[in-house]
Design a protein around this ligand. Structure first.
Ligand SMILES: Cc1ncc(COP(=O)(O)O)c(C=O)c1O
Length: 381
C-alpha cells in the first residue's frame, strides 16, 4: 500500500500560549577540560562508595517487578538523621519530604500553595528555575531587588509582602548566583510577618505566606552562618530545602529534600505523583547516605579553596560577592561575554548568569582552580 494521500493541514498543537517559543532551561554543556559552571562537587565518589551503591541498586533491581515504597519512609528517616547531625535540630521522617532533586520538592511547594490568582515572591537576582516553578503552576511571579551587595532587602520584601500577599516566598540562602546568605535576624523578621501575610482565606482571614529557604549550598556556609532548621519548631509556615547534588557530590543521583512541619509535608504528598521516587533512587540514596562522611570529606577543602579564590579575585582588582557557597560571583566586566568566551577558548567553562557585568565560577579541585586563575590572568592582562 502506498502513502496515504492526506491533504489536511498539519494539526496545530494546543500548547499553552505562555509557553510558546520558550526553550528548556539548562546551562550550556561544552566539552572542555575544566568545567566550573554548574556548582557541582568536583570529587567523584570513592570506589568503595560506588561499590556499595551498585550493590544496593542490584538488590533493588531484584525486586523491580514491584512498585517502590511510595512514601520513601526509610529514606526520609535517614535524611532526618543527617539533618539532625548537620544542624543539631531534632526532626522525624514525617517532617521531611524527598523528591528527584530539590527542583522537584520546590515544584511540589508551588503545586500545593501556588496556582492561578496566587503569587510567589523572591529576591532577585536568584536561581533561574524559580520563575519556571511559578510559570508551570500558573502562579504570578514577583521579585524584590536585592541590595547593592546582593543581600535580601528585608524592608522592601516586607513592603512587597503587604502589597502582593504572596502564598509563597522563596529565598535561596546561600543564594545562587551570588553566594550571599540570610542572617537569622533577617529570616526571623520575615517569618514573623509571613505568619499572616498570605492570600485571604475562605472567611477573608489572612493566611500565612509559606517561606521557603532554599539551602542547596548550606553545607558550604562559613562558621556563624545559621541553618534555618533552628526556626522550624516555632514556624509551621517555614520550609527548608536541601539537596544531595552539591556538598554530597551526588548531582547525578537526583535527590533533593526539604524539612517542614508535618502539615506542610502532608500537603505536598497530595500533589506528588505516585511512586515518584524509584526504588533504584531510594536504594542509591540510602547507600550514599551511609557514606556521608566520606562523600562530604572534601567540603572543608572546598570552603578553603572558595575563600582563596575570592581573595585572589579581589587581589586582581575585581569585585567579589561574599560567598557561603561552593562558587564565587565576581565582576564587573564591560563585556562579560567576551571574558566568558576567552576563558572557554583556554579550556575553562564558567557561567554567564545574573546581572550584566558579573560572572560565576564554581569551586573545583585545587588544580582546576589554578587553571581558572591562570586563564583569567591571561584574559585580564
Ligand atoms: C539555589 C538552588 N536551588 C536548587 C537547585 C536544584 O538542585 P537539585 O535539583 O540538583 O537538587 C539548585 C541547582 O543548581 C540551586 O542552585
Amino acid at each position: 500500500m502506498g502513502p496515504v494521500n492526506d491533504s489536511r493541514p498539519p494539526a496545530a498543537l494546543p500548547l499553552r500560549a505562555d509557553l510558546a517559543g520558550l526553550h528548556p532551561y539548562g546551562a550550556p554543556r561544552i566539552d572542555v577540560p575544566v568545567v566550573l559552571n554548574v556548582n557541582e562537587n568536583p570529587y567523584a565518589p570513592s570506589p568503595e562508595v560506588v561499590r556499595d551503591i551498585a550493590d544496593a541498586v542490584a538488590r533493588a533491581a531484584a525486586g523491580a517487578n514491584r512498585y517502590p515504597d511510595r512514601d520513601a519512609l526509610a529514606l526520609r528517616g535517614e535524611l532526618a538523621d543527617y539533618l539532625r547531625a548537620e544542624t543539631g535540630v531534632e526532626l522525624t521522617a514525617d517532617q521531611v519530604w524527598a523528591g528527584n532533586g530539590s527542583n522537584e520538592v520546590l515544584l511540589h511547594v508551588l503545586q500545593a500553595y501556588g496556582g492561578v490568582g496566587r503569587t510567589m515572591l523572591t529576591a532577585a537576582p536568584s536561581y533561574s528555575m524559580y520563575p519556571e516553578y511559578a510559570r508551570d503552576t500558573q502562579t504570578a511571579f514577583v521579585t524584590v531587588p536585592r541590595t547593592e551587595d546582593f543581600r535580601v532587602d528585608v524592608d522592601a520584601t516586607l513592603a512587597a509582602m503587604a502589597e502582593h500577599r504572596p502564598s509563597v516566598l522563596v529565598l535561596a540562602s546561600p543564594n545562587n548566583p551570588t553566594g550571599t546568605a540570610l542572617t537569622a535576624d533577617e529570616l526571623t523578621r520575615l517569618l514573623a510577618v509571613a505568619a499572616t501575610s498570605g492570600p485571604a482565606g475562605p472567611d477573608e482571614e489572612s493566611l500565612a505566606t509559606v517561606v521557603v529557604v532554599d539551602e542547596a549550598y548550606a553545607e558550604f556556609r562559613r562558621a556563624g552562618t545559621p541553618a534555618a532548621h533552628e526556626l522550624l519548631a516555632d514556624h509551621p509556615h517555614l520550609v527548608v530545602a536541601r539537596t544531595m547534588s552539591k556538598a554530597f557530590g551526588m548531582a547525578g543521583l537526583r535527590l533533593g529534600y526539604l524539612a517542614a512541619s508535618k502539615e506542610i509535608v502532608d500537603h505536598l504528598q497530595v500533589v506528588r505523583l505516585p511512586y515518584h521516587l524509584s526504588d533504584i533512587t531510594q536504594a542509591a540514596a540510602l547507600a550514599a547516605l551511609g557514606h556521608r562522611e566520606s562523600l562530604m570529606s572534601q567540603v572543608a577543602e572546598l570552603r578553603a579553596e572558595r575563600d582563596a579564590l575570592a581573595e585572589h579575585l579581589t587581589s586582581v582588582g575585581l569585585t567579589v560577592a561574599e560567598s557561603d557557597a561552593n562558587f564565587v560571583f565576581f565582576g564587573r566586566f564591560e563585556d562579560r561575554h567576551a571574558v566568558w568566551e576567552s576563558l572557554v577558548g583556554r579550556g575553562v567553562l564558567i557561567r554567564e548568569t545574573g546581572p550584566d557585568g558579573w560572572l560565576r565560577v564554581s569551586v573545583g579541585t585545587p588544580e582546576e582552580n589554578a587553571r581558572f586563575r591562570a586563564a583569567l590572568n591571561e584574559v585580564l592582562s
